[in-house]
Design a protein around this ligand. Structure first.
Ligand code: PRP
Ligand code: URA
Length: 206
């Protein structure tokens, strides 16, 4: 299942994010803001339990988010989405998945993994701004599942038909929330029109 979040607040920022002239500082700020907007939609069904809160005027019925939430960025570009997620989920833990595409084949090469202990109610929010061939995201999800995590949602900024199709085939249980499904991949496995290399644009390593 995939959802393209069409909200104008998100789409306006996506347009600026794509622009070649957008520098790394603005790029990071936009990724932060867009992550929060995507999360607003993607996490609308987070489980909650009823709680009561004392106000100066009496008691009010409220809710508390239930379960262990893990925010898992795929390095390196996913790091840009970690901080805004932890801002809105201050009790979440972070799990880090290091994967780098082979520049020729686009095959994901895992190089680092640091995940918290899984609990029966763990819920993973996997974050990566780019979903191209789908190799990195599929590999990251397989790794999460092998390590005991079964409830996973994927937050993404730009995807393409190839990546969405692969993810839905290999991991149909993982919903994807994205701001765009772009046209296609080029012969170097980059998304067109996309925004170029998200890691380089975030960290100024172009
Ligand atoms: C980018 C991006 C994704 C991946 C997407 O990372 O952040 O993780 O490519 O491509 P895929 O769907 O074809 O796997 P990259 O491997 O370039 O590493 P980086 O973030 O360290 O630059
Ligand atoms: N990774 C990126 O950063 N950009 C793409 O277009 C594809 C993979």
């Amino acid at each position: 299942m995939h959802t393209v979040v069409q909200h104008p607040l998100l789409q306006h920022r996506l347009t600026i994010l794509r622009a070649t002239k957008t520098d790394p500082k603005l790029f990071r700020e936009l990724v932060h803001e867009m992550t929060r907007l995507l999360a607003f939609d993607a996490l609308r069904n987070l489980p909650t339990v009823p709680v009561s809160v004392r106000t100066p005027m009496g008691d009010a019925a409220g809710v508390k988010i239930e379960g262990h939430i893990v925010v898992a960025p795929i390095l390196r570009a996913g790091m840009g989405m970690l901080e805004p997620m932890l801002e809105i989920l201050p009790y979440a833990t972070a799990g880090v998945i290091g994967t780098k595409r082979n520049e020729e084949t686009a095959e994901p090469i895992p190089y680092y993994l640091n995940l918290p202990k899984p609990f029966p109610d763990s819920f993973v929010v996997l974050v990566d701004p780019m979903l191209a061939t789908g190799g990195s995201a599929c590999d990251a999800i397989s790794t999460l599942k092998k390590n005991g995590f079964s409830k996973i949602v994927f937050l993404n900024i730009i995807s393409c038909p190839e990546g969405i199709a692969r993810l839905e085939k290999e991991h149909p249980d993982v919903p994807v929330f994205t701001a765009s499904i772009d046209e296609r991949l080029n012969d170097r496995h980059y998304i067109v029109p996309g925004l170029g290399d998200a890691g380089d644009r975030l960290f100024g390593t172009l």
